[in-house]
Design a protein around this ligand. Structure first.
Ligand SMILES: Cc1cc2nc3c(=O)[nH]c(=O)nc-3n(C[C@H](O)[C@H](O)[C@H](O)COP(=O)(O)O)c2cc1C
Length: 201
């Protein structure tokens, strides 16, 4: 589905509050797709730029942009998978599990750059989570399946280095995007009454 995002709004200009039944329906029904089932076609370069632009609008206390993106596609992704295969062999991890990364046409790594400063680090990390969520929602709004996954290579030091992460950076998630072969089935959801209370004073 081609996207036709509005032009970026200039600094200081009003951002419309626009009721959208379609957005609510998407949020009410969205579901992650199994990453290893995601196939081509994935987003084209314009769609990828739109995904990143939308995700980078995540709430961000202090306007620090305490995150960045690493795009994994094509030969670059294949090279990263080969590096992970070598690390997986050393660690005794099942190499078949890398299908989650090798199969989808696109993976966007959201890297948290949270650090100490005026803004609590916790809030900077939360902002990276919001970026991942926006990526999922935007990808589904374009008609793609998507999934937010960490897996061992988000935490393994050699895997982090292979991706070019600095010591203070952490993987918030690998967001996989591609065409889902079929609609994902609904999962168990929390009972709203069990996770909601009203503060009565
Ligand atoms: C931070 C984070 C890390 C995750 N890592 C994994 C993972 O390594 N492996 C996995 O199978 N699912 C992982 N998940 C769960 C998947 O995203 C899961 O498919 C999804 O939460 C399903 O819920 P949904 O359909 O409502 O999106 C992770 C979720 C989050 C938020």
């Amino acid at each position: 589905m081609p996207t036709s995002l509005p032009a970026p709004i200039d600094f200081g200009q009003p951002c419309p509050i626009r009721p959208s039944r379609e957005t609510l329906t998407l949020l009410a029904e969205r579901r992650s797709s199994s990453a290893a089932t995601l196939r081509a076609p994935g987003p084209d370069s314009d769609q990828l730029a739109d995904l990143l632009r939308v995700a980078a609008r995540a709430p961000d206390h202090g306007k620090l942009s305490p995150w960045r993106f690493v795009v994994l596609e094509g030969d670059g992704k294949a090279a990263y998978v080969r590096a992970l295969e070598r690390i997986a062999a050393q660690r005794g991890h099942n190499p078949a599990a890398l299908a989650k990364l090798s199969t989808p046409p696109l993976a966007i790594v959201v890297v948290s750059r949270a650090g100490e400063g005026k803004i609590p680090e916790w809030e900077q990390v939360l902002s990276a989570g919001a970026v991942c969520t926006l990526l999922l929602v935007a990808a589904e709004a374009m008609g793609f399946g998507a999934n937010w996954i960490s897996d061992w290579y988000a935490y393994d030091e050699a895997a982090r280095q292979a991706l070019g992460l600095d010591a203070h950076e952490r993987v918030a998630g690998f967001v996989y995007v591609g065409t889902a072969p079929e609609p994902p089935l609904e999962r168990v959801r929390p009972e709203m009454a069990q996770i909601t209370s009203r503060f009565e004073g």
